[in-house]
Design a protein. Structure first.
Lengths: 403, 156
């Protein structure tokens, strides 16, 4: 307890380099509903302002997905959605839950028996009328034993969910492999819309060649839902791209920013996108020339163009970026600042013309994969951040940051 | 064409250097290297992950390389980038067909190297544990041998 008080005092008072007129945000550690041995958490706020926290509890054989809802700064009693002994759970690719006023959608990755590395994306949908969960169903229709994962989910309404995922159907073992180890067709980015029963209402291939191991991210702009992801070209450029669903078709993917980061490998460090009306913000990590960097790009035309890019952090960072939009129009970005094996979860607010206004250390953690990907969501001008605290064990933590 | 010739020349020179060095090491290893602790030798460190397709593709090459290097007292070890527990790590290593040793987390912590930003990444450590090379992307036996040859040659 004393450690928590000390930690809060330090985090609320300790300022990083800020320009004149800027000030620190206020961090409040909330009581975590997650048990010990919990990890892989995510927060999500729906349009009504309901905040939901999801996480995974694991033992030697079993994984279970839980959620809890925030009400008056207290989380509800945890509820388990599903569990399994055949789930594929990875520090960078893990189950989570989203919600609307009336419905919820959850997903996990389920291993295939016959494939060494192969797994499917399985989802369940809570019907707003019957208040019951659908049967688990594989969301992709290829039937191919391959890797499917790195899911993004966004509610379009109470009975429709947009899901994006990386789809390895073209990299299956029957496909030939090139020198870099990828199937001839490469990893694809796909998306689909599902109703409250889990029926597939539409499915698209958004990009035929994308980075294999980076998260996808979805947000709703006034021009339609946008998906941000790490692209891959034949010449192994791994820059961040964006596409938008407009009139039932997706716009041609375009780069958010041209890093020209050329790597024949996987950064395992996907982008994060957030939107408010026609403003779209994308944060991401790159390490061109082995120079780690976190960038934030801002658009005022629903992601058609990004005219304002700022470098948020460089050198002492390993990325793991999350972005949220405040009601005030400011953008908040979080990332890991590293110092050897230690790390801090940093969060900074930017005005929409790219000026830093506030910055704060949310928590101290470790730089290894054990600490996972801290995730943010916003409600009004509050941001909620969740992460995994690593000490003798692991436990999910959550804090409110008031900007 | 000119660039291709230069690359070929570098590879040939690298091979030649490595062959000389490996030959020399083999000749002297009986008298000079037998009692040397495992960590006090040139070591190739490969970071892998079950989710990383190019990692999986380079594993057969690394398996073969590990046997070749072991004969001349150069180590080749793996690190599970995902930091799964030991039981799961060994299970994943078996699934991936990894035949070289996978380090315990304590051994990883003892290395004075920063983890990679990209997978796969392969490091070459000098006998005193200093990172001498960081190779990003899928490697082959040849690409690692060239690097080793250059590094060991320049250290002689």
């Amino acid at each position: 307890m004393s450690k928590s008080i000390l930690y809060l005092t330090i985090t609320t008072l300790f300022l990083v380099k800020l320009p004149l007129g800027s000030y620190a945000a206020e961090v409040t550690l909330l009581r975590s509903p997650a048990a010990e041995a919990s990890s892989l958490s995510r927060v999500f706020a729906d349009r009504s302002g309901r905040v939901i926290l999801s996480w995974v509890e694991s033992d030697a054989k079993n994984h279970a997905l839980y959620f809890s809802t925030l009400s008056k700064n207290k989380f509800s009693k945890p509820q388990m959605i599903a569990s399994g002994t055949d789930w594929f759970v990875n520090w960078a690719d893990f189950p989570f839950v989203i919600t609307t006023d009336q419905s919820m959608t959850a997903h996990w990755l389920q291993k295939r028996d016959e494939g060494t590395y192969n797994y499917d994306v399985v989802a369940v949908f809570r019907n707003p009328e019957t208040k019951s969960w659908s049967e688990p169903r594989v969301i992709h229709t290829d039937g191919v034993s391959a890797e499917h994962g790195f899911v993004g989910m966004l509610p379009l309404s109470d009975d429709r969910t947009l899901i994006s995922w990386l789809d390895g159907r073209n990299t299956a073992e029957h496909a030939s492999h090139d020198a870099t180890g990828h199937g001839s067709g490469g990893m694809t980015l796909r998306a689909g819309i599902f109703n409250a029963n889990g029926d597939n209402m539409a499915e698209w291939e958004l990009d035929e060649l994308v980075c294999d191991c980076c998260q996808t991210s979805i947000a709703m702009s006034s021009g339609g839902p946008v998906v941000a992801y790490r692209n891959r070209t034949e010449s192994e450029m791994r820059d961040i791209f964006i596409t938008r669903l407009e009139n039932e078709s997706w716009t041609t993917p375009t780069p958010v920013y041209v890093d020209n980061w050329e790597i024949a490998g996987c950064p395992v460090n996907g982008p994060s996108v957030a939107a408010l009306k026609d403003q779209v913000a994308v944060g991401w990590f790159s390490a061109k020339d082995n120079q780690p960097r976190v960038n934030l790009s801002l658009s005022t035309d629903n992601g058609d163009s990004f005219t304002n890019t700022v470098t948020v952090a460089q050198q002492d960072t390993n990325g793991r970026v999350s972005v949220a939009m405040l009601e005030s129009g400011k953008v908040v970005i979080s990332w890991l600042e590293t110092a050897g094996k230690s790390a801090s979860i940093k969060a900074a607010a930017y005005s929409y013309n790219g000026e830093l206004t506030e910055s704060v250390t949310v928590a101290n953690t470790v730089s290894s994969r054990q600490s996972g990907f801290p995730v943010m969501t916003s409600r009004g001008d509050d941001v909620f951040v969740t992460w995994t605290e690593v000490s003798s064990g692991k436990q999910v933590r959550v804090a409110r940051v008031r900007f | 064409m000119h660039r291709a010739l230069k690359v070929a020349a570098i590879v040939i020179v690298g091979y030649a250097a490595l062959a000389l060095i490996l030959g020399a090491l083999t000749s002297f290893q009986a008298i000079a290297e037998q009692d040397k602790p495992h960590s006090q030798r040139w070591t190739v460190v490969n970071y892998w992950s079950i989710t990383c397709a190019p990692c999986r593709i380079e594993i057969p090459e690394l398996n073969l390389l590990s046997k070749e290097l072991d004969a001349v007292d150069i180590g080749l070890v793996g690190i599970n980038f995902d930091e799964d527990n030991r039981e799961k790590t060994l299970m994943l290593a078996e699934r991936m067909g990894i035949e070289f040793p996978t380090l315990h987390q304590e051994q990883v912590d003892a290395l004075s190297v920063s983890p990679p930003n990209v997978l796969p990444t392969t490091l070459i450590l000098s006998p005193d544990g200093v990172e001498m090379a960081r190779l990003i992307g899928a490697q082959t036996r040849a690409s690692i041998k060239v690097q080793l040859g250059q590094l060991i040659g320049s250290a002689q």
